[in-house]
Design a protein around this ligand. Structure first.
Ligand code: GDP
Length: 299
């Protein structure tokens, strides 16, 4: 449990640090409200959240002042309001099978690990799972995914480095369909340095999938590294344009990250958040629980 809220605790600490000394027993004046708003912004919670908490503080109910715990309570309420509508686990519900989940994200975001964690999760739910090594750009990516597939005990379709990713996806869907697989998880290249090529490659994968099943891909999951902070927000923007995104997984919330960026992302994009990554092992994918996280963020 401690691990789960690591990144959120950091946001909360940061918030506390900035709120310390601000709690007031006199009426909240403009300067104090400014400082509280600033404290919320530098905690990564985003200007929208900061503005709303400020408005609530300024509405007259706190004429006799408010302490830090009171402010945290308001923050928790506001955070939960933002997070609750976007919490949505990844469900296996596609008919006909398989459900095709494209996983996208920049290299190093935790994409491969997240694919393995998702595969593990679906296996635990008794679904048949297959992986497709669609990131043919990096030999290491293919190798790493194969190692995970073997460790988890799921079939994988792969090809040579530099091979045609759409061809691999085609083969994978054929095999998954023939063998009654429920979920096909497709790794994709994460080279954002060459946006045009990446866009073309993903478009081609989509065309191939669409020919086999007009509903595929059923999910396009963007993996984001929470330690990149505000960068995660610009990645959402770019990948929405390049690939279309249906949902998010944020990783490394056990590390040095501050989880507040998740709130900013929810607020700005309203995309479903499926799960969060809190470590490097298969069991370190946690469901996204808005109430728990709101409490952890507000401290
Ligand atoms: P990819 O390049 O996007 O496929 O990234 P990888 O899945 O290879 O992950 C990059 C590094 O981040 C690896 O060392 C992973 O073990 C690590 N990693 C992935 N997810 C998490 C997470 O939730 N928490 C922590 N602490 N490390 C993670």
């Amino acid at each position: 449990h401690k691990k789960l809220i690591g990144g959120f605790k950091r946001t909360s600490d940061k918030l506390g640090e900035n709120l310390t000394g601000l709690f007031t027993k006199s009426a909240l004046d403009e300067d104090t409200l400014d400082e509280i708003e600033e404290a919320l912004i530098v905690s990564d919670l985003g200007p929208g959240m900061a503005g709303r908490v400020r408005e609530r503080l300024a509405d007259g109910r706190y004429e006799r002042g408010i302490d830090e715990a009171g402010i945290r309570q308001l923050v928790a309420e506001e955070v939960e309001k933002v997070l609750a509508p976007v919490a949505r686990p990844l469900e296996v519900e596609a008919f006909p099978r398989p459900q095709v989940i494209l996983v996208i994200g920049v290299n190093g975001s935790g994409k491969t690990t997240t694919i393995a964690k998702l595969a593990h999760l679906f296996l635990e739910q008794d679904y048949g799972v297959m992986l497709a090594a669609g990131d043919t750009f990096r030999a290491a990516a293919i190798g790493q995914l194969k190692v995970w597939a073997e460790r988890i005990g799921v079939p994988i379709v792969s090809g040579p480095e530099g091979g045609d990713s759409a061809g691999i996806v085609w083969d994978a869907v054929k095999q998954a369909t023939a063998t009654g697989i429920d979920v096909l998880i497709v790794d994709t290249a994460g080279r954002l340095q060459n946006k045009r090529e990446l866009m073309d490659e993903l478009a081609k994968i989509r065309r191939v999938l669409g020919r086999l099943n007009p509903a595929a891909p059923h999910d396009v999951v963007l993996v984001l590294d929470a330690t990149t902070g505000q960068n995660a927000l610009s990645q959402i923007e770019i990948f929405k344009e390049v690939a279309g995104v249906t949902g998010l997984v944020m990783t490394k919330l056990d590390g040095t990250a501050r989880g507040g960026v998740l709130v900013a992302a929810a607020e700005k994009f309203g995309l479903p958040i499926h799960a969060i990554g809190v470590g490097e092992t298969l069991d370190d994918l946690r469901p996204f629980d808005p109430k728990e996280l709101a409490g952890a963020i507000a401290g």
